[in-house]
Design a protein around this ligand. Structure first.
Ligand SMILES: NC(=O)c1ccc[n+]([C@@H]2O[C@H](COP(=O)([O-])OP(=O)(O)OC[C@H]3O[C@@H](n4cnc5c(N)ncnc54)[C@H](OP(=O)(O)O)[C@@H]3O)[C@@H](O)[C@H]2O)c1
Length: 249
């Protein structure tokens, strides 16, 4: 039986998911967006209807309130909107209390997920050699709402977890000499640049850069749809990375 989806946010991602859902045996039965034409304006039992899973690709300023409303209605969720990381513990509790399911992730691309795993290994290798310093940078189009990107925050945390020398991420311009324990991870916004994330290693002798560059939003949409089907049969709060780990095992 096909998985019934409710889309929250009818922007670029919402439209892409709607266009691809049928390929994965999913059906969009409702779309909620207070600003887009021909959509429900509010999240409530009526607008969600009998959807199995709600997918939120709205706006960082709206995501938290949206999650509260959907969880209170006991519906499963896939959250792609970024910028609410500080509230993860609170959301985990709510999902557990409501006995529903959620997948969250700053990046639903399978390629990015595998890239992160490769970066984690690379950080561990270079960490053994004091000659190499690790760094990161990300670039996006000038319409992106948040900076640094949610993916940049995830990648920075991944570096910190796997490095014995870096203990703190510095996302802003330092305006001073950076400390050796600081991981410098910078952001650039311009034009139509597709989401690009780089983790690099530098020594006096050479530079190694690992880069993931998005070519199409379809990678996010397919990943989010796969997450919706996956969570429709599960409970609890899972990262997209947890889901991929289960598939890889
Ligand atoms: N996790 C991932 O893999 C992934 C991938 C791509 C994007 N994202 C994130 O997903 C979000 C959406 O990306 P996008 O590229 O689709 O952006 P977008 O094109 O700007 O679409 C967002 C849509 O949601 C609407 N919206 C704003 N507030 C809302 C609310 N309270 N309830 C429902 N809808 C609301 C926006 O309306 P207005 O335009 O009128 O504000 C817009 O139509 C961003 O946070 C982005 O960073 C995540």
């Amino acid at each position: 039986m096909s998985t019934k989806l409710c889309l929250i946010g009818h922007g670029k991602m919402g439209k892409m998911i709607a266009a691809l859902a049928a390929e994965k045996d999913c059906k969009v039965i409702s779309t909620i967006d207070p600003f887009a034409p021909d959509c429900h304006r509010e999240i409530n039992a009526e607008s969600i209807g009998n959807a199995d899973v709600c997918l939120d690709f709205s706006h960082p300023s709206a995501a938290l309130e949206n999650m509260h409303k959907v969880i209170a209605l006991g519906k499963a969720m896939v959250v792609g909107t970024t910028g609410w990381n500080d509230h993860l513990a609170e959301i985990r509790n709510l999902v557990a209390k409501a006995n529903t399911g959620m997948v969250y992730g700053a990046n639903y691309s399978i390629g990015m997920n595998i890239f992160s795993r490769i970066c984690a290994d690379a950080v561990k290798y270079f960490d053994r050699f004091a000659a190499y310093d690790v760094f990161g940078y990300e670039q996006h189009h000038n319409q992106k709402a948040d900076s640094p990107s949610g993916t940049a925050i995830d990648l920075a945390n991944l570096v910190l977890q796997n490095s014995s020398r870096k203990t703190e991420a510095l996302f802003d311009t330092a305006k001073r000499k950076i400390e050796s324990h600081e991981l410098h991870f910078t952001s650039l916004r311009a034009g139509s640049i597709p989401g690009t994330h780089t983790i690099g290693f530098d020594s006096e002798a050479d530079t190694i850069e690992l880069t993931h560059r998005v070519r199409s939003r379809t990678s996010f949409a397919y990943g989010a749809i796969q997450a919706a089907v996956w969570i429709s049969e599960r409970k609890g709060c899972h990262s997209f990375s947890d889901m991929i780990s289960e598939i890889l095992c």
